[in-house]
Design a protein around this ligand. Structure first.
Ligand code: AMP
Length: 231
C-alpha cells in the first residue's frame, strides 16, 4: 500500500506520519529527511541540496526522483530477501507534477499504485502564526509556542532552564517554502482528486482530531487489505 501525505510546511504532516506508520505497517519515505541526512553526511548530493534547502527552494526533480527510486529499490531488495515490507508513506513527495508522474511510473513498474492521498489543509495565515510563535531551546532542543505550548516561565526552557530562542530565519524561510508549496505542490492535489483518491483533511483542528480524520479516510483501504482484496 502506498500513501501520500501532502500539506504545506507546518501543517503537522510529520506528527501525523509518526502516528500512522506503525498502525499501517508502512515505512516512511520523507524526501526532506533524506536530504537532511545527505547534508549531514556531506555527500555530493547533500552539498547540492543544502544551498537550495537553505533558500527554501525545491531540489531539482531528477535528483529527488532518483532518491525515491533508490528507497524503493531498497524495499524491493529487502522484500526479495523475505522481509515483510508492506509499502510506504510518502511525506514531502511528490512536490511537483513531474514528481507525481514519475512516482506513478515507479510504482506501476512494481505492480503498485498510489492508493490514497491525504491532504492536510491549513490556511497560510495560521501556518505563519504557528511558526512565528515557535521558540526553541538552544541547549536541549525542546520546542515551545508562545500561545499553544508556552513554557511555565516565559522565555525559559522547562526541561533545562536555558533561555529560549526564536530562529530568526524561521518566518522568512517559511514564506519562501509556502510560495513553493502553493505554486508547485498544491496544484497536484487536482491530479489525485480526478482519480478519486484524494482526502482533504482540516489540519487546523486539534492533533487527535486530525489523526482520527486521517484514519477514517484510510479505514476503507485497510479493511480491503485485510480481506486480501486489492486496494
Ligand atoms: P521538508 O522537510 O519536507 O520540508 O523538506 C525540506 C526541504 O527539502 C524543502 O524545502 C526542499 O528544499 C527539499 N525537498 C524535500 N522534499 C522535496 C521534494 N519532493 N522536491 C524538491 N525538494 C524537496
Amino acid at each position: 500500500m502506498f500513501i501520500i501525505l501532502m500539506g504545506p510546511q507546518g501543517s503537522g504532516k510529520g506528527t501525523q506520519a509518526e502516528r500512522l506508520l506503525p498502525q499501517f505497517h508502512l515505512e516512511s519515505i520523507a524526501t526532506g529527511e533524506l536530504f537532511r541526512n545527505a547534508v549531514a553526511a556531506g555527500t555530493p548530493l547533500g552539498l547540492r541540496a543544502k544551498e537550495l534547502m537553505d533558500r527554501g527552494e525545491l531540489v531539482p526533480d531528477d535528483v529527488t526522483i532518483a532518491l525515491v527510486e533508490d528507497r524503493l529499490e531498497d524495499q524491493d531488495a529487502r522484500r526479495a530477501a523475505g522481509e515483510d515490507v508492506r509499502g510506504a508513506l510518502f511525506d514531502g513527495f511528490p512536490r511537483t507534477q513531474a514528481q507525481a508522474e514519475a512516482l506513478d511510473h515507479l510504482l506501476a513498474r512494481r505492480g503498485g499504485k498510489v492508493d490514497r492521498v491525504i491532504l492536510i489543509d491549513v490556511d497560510r495565515d495560521v501556518l505563519v502564526e504557528r511558526v512565528a510563535g515557535r521558540r526553541i531551546c538552544p541547549n536541549c532542543e525542546a520546542v515551545y509556542h508562545v500561545t499553544h505550548r508556552p513554557p511555565r516561565i516565559e522565555g525559559i526552557c522547562d526541561v533545562c532552564g536555558a533561555e529560549l530562542e526564536q530562529r530568526p530565519d524561521d518566518v522568512k524561510a517559511l514564506e519562501r517554502r509556502l510560495d513553493a508549496y502553493y505554486a508547485y505542490t498544491a496544484p497536484i492535489a487536482a491530479f489525485y482528486e480526478q482519480r478519486g483518491i484524494l482526502a482533504r483533511i482540516d489540519g487546523s483542528k486539534p492533533i487527535d482530531e486530525v489523526t482520527a480524520s486521517i484514519q477514517a479516510a484510510l479505514g476503507g483501504i485497510r479493511e480491503r487489505d485485510a480481506s486480501g482484496q486489492p486496494a
